[in-house]
Design a protein around this ligand. Sequence first.
Ligand SMILES: [Zn+2]
Length: 319
Amino acid sequence: MIKVSSQFDAGNIETISTENVRDIQLKIRKDRHSDFFQWFYFRVQNVAGQAVRMRILNAGDAAYVGGWDGYHVVASYDRKEWFRVSTTRYDQGELIIDHTPEQQSIYYAYFAPYSYEQHLDLLAAASQSDRCEILDIGTTLEGRDLNVLRIGDPTTAKYNLWVTARQHPGETMAEWFVEGMLARLLDLEDALAGQLLDDCVFWVVPNMNPDGSVLGHLRTNAAGVNLNREWQTPSLERSPEVFSVIEQIMPGEKAANMNPGGGGFGNPFERDIDRVVQDARNGLVSEKGAKMDYGVVFSDFKNLQVDAAATQALRAKHA
Ligand SMILES: [Zn+2]
């Protein structure tokens, strides 16, 4: 008997039907008190060797339907190694996953999850470094701790750099990024990190939205509030996460906001050239960045003209 479940940290799915292994029908649950949804994370049992077809029926109403284009679900047997299921497709409002699991129990998710336990482990590990101070800055609506990691010496540094991740809790890759960044910043042998810390103090919030993360939300906190839209007027009642961070920024401090592009996966040198052009048009990729990061060469960047031959040659060199 096939079983689908999601009653665990960050779990999210509604089971409509599991009667037919070739037509398991599922729906993604909305973020609480909100209409946003797209994050999902569920376990399927008793399926070893069976050609399972799962349909997520409400994918077409998700927050960012464009995200399904070319998207492949991630899966794991041991919840450590996550792999893509390339036989995922978006078709007429449904996300359809065809997969033959090798084991009885398997997990599927929107992106590789980053659990609350992992989050606490990350804080605990960082706190063992002499470079890092963990500050208790507040509490979420559901009583979880809000912490910021201060790395570097605030008495000598010229610049304060803030890095906040996962205001939108479904964007788990942001916390994976923070994990990698911390590994470098706290590595005493890393020359670049040492140089940066001569001039800068890093203020790092690995997870801006622990409640939403545990609840399996895509975009909002426990009250259904989109934290991305709260920075002008945060409040302890609606958005203590943002409120607590802003309180740490000193009055009169100048702030600049810089966001990296967040799209795509896989080898950047195989990225669809039109997509790189689109990012360039939207100001997300510079001429230099397009060449260096994606192997796309422009003959006329202002008019977004790609030099096809040069692009092909550069990409071939990297292949
Ligand atoms: Zn976001």
